[in-house]
Write a protein of this length. Structure first.
Ligand code: DQA
Length: 148
């Protein structure tokens, strides 16, 4: 089983970016934890971060043939990217939306995800554990195949 973990804009700055909101774990630490859990669950995990919407669309499109599910923190694109929503809807594999912070408890503009209706589900507010929970959800969904 192969799972793609995708990180959107500014998540490369984790550790030093607004630590009171996003915590002190770096992206590298999160990727290591997700990869280690993947190993335990029998899943090969590949991690990719980009600040660019087009690169994330390309990665999602390419993931369709290469991965069984995606764990995706789209960063601020969550709130306005119809291109990413369409890409999620276009691929046949399940995409689990994750957020470090609880987007529903923050500023008004963050409370709405334009991606959520196309995603398999959303996990929000558990810090780096959101990714680990997202991975467990992705593995469970991938195990059910495309019909699940
Ligand atoms: C985020 C929440 C978004 O609103 C924000 O733009 C991010 C990170 C999170 O993980 O909590 O960049 O996706």
């Amino acid at each position: 089983m192969r799972i793609l973990v995708l990180h959107g804009p500014n998540l490369n700055l984790l550790g030093k970016r607004e630590p009171q909101v996003y915590g002190t774990a770096t992206l590298e630490e999160i990727n290591s934890a997700v990869t280690a859990l993947g190993r335990e669950l029998g899943a090969m995990v590949e991690c990719y971060q980009s600040n660019s919407e087009g690169a994330l669309v390309d990665k999602l499109q390419a993931a369709d043939d290469r991965f069984d599910a995606v764990v995706f923190n789209p960063g601020a694109f969550t709130h306005y990217s119809y291109a990413l929503r369409d890409a999620i809807a276009a691929v046949g594999i399940p995409v689990v939306e994750v957020h470090l912070s609880n987007i529903h408890a923050r500023e008004e503009f963050r409370r709405h995800s334009v991606l959520a209706p196309a995603a398999a589900g959303q996990i929000s507010g558990f810090g780096p554990d959101s990714y680990l929970l997202g991975l467990r959800a992705a593995v469970a969904l991938a195990g059910k195949g495309t019909a699940g």
